[in-house]
Design a protein around this ligand. Sequence first.
Ligand SMILES: Nc1nc2c(c(=O)[nH]1)N[C@H]1C(S)=C(S)[C@@H](COP(=O)(O)O)O[C@H]1N2
Ligand SMILES: [Mo]
Length: 255
Amino acid sequence: MAEVLVARRRLLRGLAAGAGAAVLSGCDALSRKPRFVSALALAEPLSMRVQRALSGDRLAAEFPESMVSPLFRPNGSIDPRTPEYLALKAQGFAGYRLRVDGLVRRPLELSLEALRAMPQRTQVTRHDCVEGWSVIGKWQGVPLAHLLDLAGLRPGARYVVFHCFDDLAGDGSRYYESIDLEDAYHPQTIAAHRLNDAPLPVANGAPLRMRIERKLGYKHAKYVHAILVVDGYAGIHGGRGGFWEDRKYDWYAGI
Ligand SMILES: Nc1nc2c(c(=O)[nH]1)N[C@H]1C(S)=C(S)[C@@H](COP(=O)(O)O)O[C@H]1N2
Ligand SMILES: [Mo]
């Protein structure tokens, strides 16, 4: 038993070192990700604490516009076929409403017009997919902090869950994701409706998708129709906080 504990401690130390290096090295972090995913069960609580301690209020790198990639490679769902999405898309998303609800004082229903009239943030950032590729894009959208302030958090609020229109698994379920309040209030966390100075293309999540710049690609929910504030995500879908998390990916997914 003691031996097992020592081995486990040594393994955790190794993982912690890996997590720290990944935070500090940016691009190099990509080569480490497969290890993160496979070591997930053991690594998650510690790597989260280590990454959090090292990252603090850190901003993700932002780039000059000249570095924007010619094509923002789409991935995962790129053309949702669920009835509710097709109906909205057929009308150029005129009937789209973003719902902000859950543990909030004032639930919101926001049209794209209303979202466009709100304070905006523009950022040129690099998107890192866990598969090992990256692209740079210019995003514009509403800081999630602004939406949460408008809605007003109620006591008990701990996480923000993004509900999406697409059925990536093809089994009648829907993609979803979640982050904690620290990431929700991070200045680079935005609900984006423009990519590279144009309305968000369908392939990249039209009409609205999240940018959560210190996270791996799968955290950046596309095709978002509802943002729900909750005290926990154990009761939602598979209970691990996201579509890919339910398939054993890391929930924290820091870069
Ligand atoms: N709703 C939804 N969001 C999603 C996905 C998806 O399949 N459905 N794929 C994720 C993954 S793995 C990545 S890498 C990015 C891809 O974003 P992009 O298509 O704009 O490149 O979206 C993420 N968000
Ligand atoms: Mo991804």
